[in-house]
Design a protein around this ligand. Sequence first.
Ligand SMILES: [Fe+2]
Ligand SMILES: [Fe+2]
Length: 278
Amino acid sequence: MNDNLQKKILDKVKTLPPMPQIAAKVIQICEKPNFNFSEVIMLVSKDISLTSSILKFANSAAFSPVSEVTDLRQATTYIGVNNLKNLVISISLKSVYNKTFDFISQKIWEHSIAVSIFSRLLALLKKPEIATEVFTLGMMHDIGQIIFKTSVPEYSEFVETAFNNNIPLSEIEKNFIGFDHAELGGYTMKTWKMPHLFIDVVYFHHQYLQSKFKDHSVILTYANNIVKSLSDCIDKVINEADIEYCEEVLKISKAEKDELINNFMEIYKKEKEIFELK
Ligand SMILES: [Fe+2]
Ligand SMILES: [Fe+2]
């Protein structure tokens, strides 16, 4: 364990681009019970790239509108304010990833998108009321890995060691750094003043039984493990016991699982480019 390194990493979190202003304001406004719909639209429309990403999303396979959605008000009515809020957060996160465009970052980003999409599909089936929240959690859960990547020079070697020896990445991180990407992710959510739900679920995403938000955590854990089994990612160790436990809690039948995986593969292929880095 290296105190200097730990300090350097935690300092790095403070220098990250803050949760961008627009996203932070959108969260604030949407949390008021009688928020003003037009206020949200006006705020988002100030950011052209955000607006175009939202339009792309409203027209994507996930929502498959009957006719093309062409303006922000129409898009918001169509996807709902909750989706809009979560989308704004997710798109804003790209600014953190964009700073470190390399193979490992690309893999973490792809994994995050995949977990988001799978979590949302699963929630729509079992807990529709939290579908948009688990989508955002999927995007954020491994953000600690990206921060390690940008602040620990040996991190690529840690990733390689974990990958080649089939060891959970968290284990290597704890041994060499003193804390893992889940703890660092929770700390980042706190620094960004994200709601408690995000701090808790990200912090406990590898110890989901300790989370106070059981539904969110079980869905995220299941999605994380299934996505790992379907695509190559840097932290590839799958926990079969977790998969079984989540299937039992969520009452996922074999037929539902197969259908979920099929839907996921189809949507993931089509939606990957919406969130493309660069
Ligand atoms: Fe993780
Ligand atoms: Fe993950």
